[in-house]
Design a protein around this ligand. Sequence first.
Ligand SMILES: [Zn+2]
Length: 295
Amino acid sequence: MRSLNNCLACGSQEMSVVYEATYTGPADGAGEYFLNHRRKVARGRIVRCKQCRFLFTNPQFTADEYQQIYALAAREAPAQDPMQVAENLRFDRLASLVQKHAGRPDRLLDLGCGDGQFLTQVQAQEKVGYEVGGLTERIASGIKFMFGDFIADAGKAQLTDRSFSVVTAWDVLEHLPDLDRYIDAVSRLLVPGGLMFVTIPDADSFIARISGSRWNMLLLEHLWFFNRDNFERFMKHRGFTKVEDGPIPFAVSIAHLANRFSQTYGVDVRWFLKPFEKFVVSVPIGLIYAVYRRT
Ligand SMILES: [Zn+2]
């Protein structure tokens, strides 16, 4: 574990505990509380910066420990068919957002690309997907997939400085232990005037405020909970200016909702919702999208 002494957004050392941890075990037991197949919802200790209200998990596991946890959690993840329709809808919405601001960009990098679904739905002349994992590369349906350590790989070979006009990171930043270094690496990869698109949890969203400690984003794998103001401050400090931000709903299947309900409240409603499990709904879960320009 490592304790953070400074706020990532404003640098202040003054912070107070907002919610105590519901998981205090070691890293090698944390895998079963990560990602969609988690046994139960759990979180680390959540603190708030007294200066800028930035909410974050503190202490955190080390970057190496997170890498091990993800490697384990990803291996255990079952295939979930009903998720696919929801994911297509979600990525169509995000692809339209990219198109609105960047048209059909020359070179687009999707950070945390997963299986590359978003890249198949977005328009760009050249598409690169990056995911953590072993040092390999593969090309499928015109998309170049890269796996490795992003911070170490940025600036090399296929990820040359000032070569991308768009970088996207959907629901990714809140997972990254070295977030400031990731954003610096993205900044170097973008052409001047290039755009970064993200979706992140918004700690000041309506759902976050009414849900308190039960907010669905307070998960063991989530480390950072910005609001629009302290995210702007954080990005400005790293050479980005805000183009646009706003709330965005999350498309999910009823099966996924039922699953999360069971994980949160310990009541299994999956049998009851079984006939509707393939239906997809858009729910406000306290997520924002943001578009930033590298200056
Ligand atoms: Zn702060």
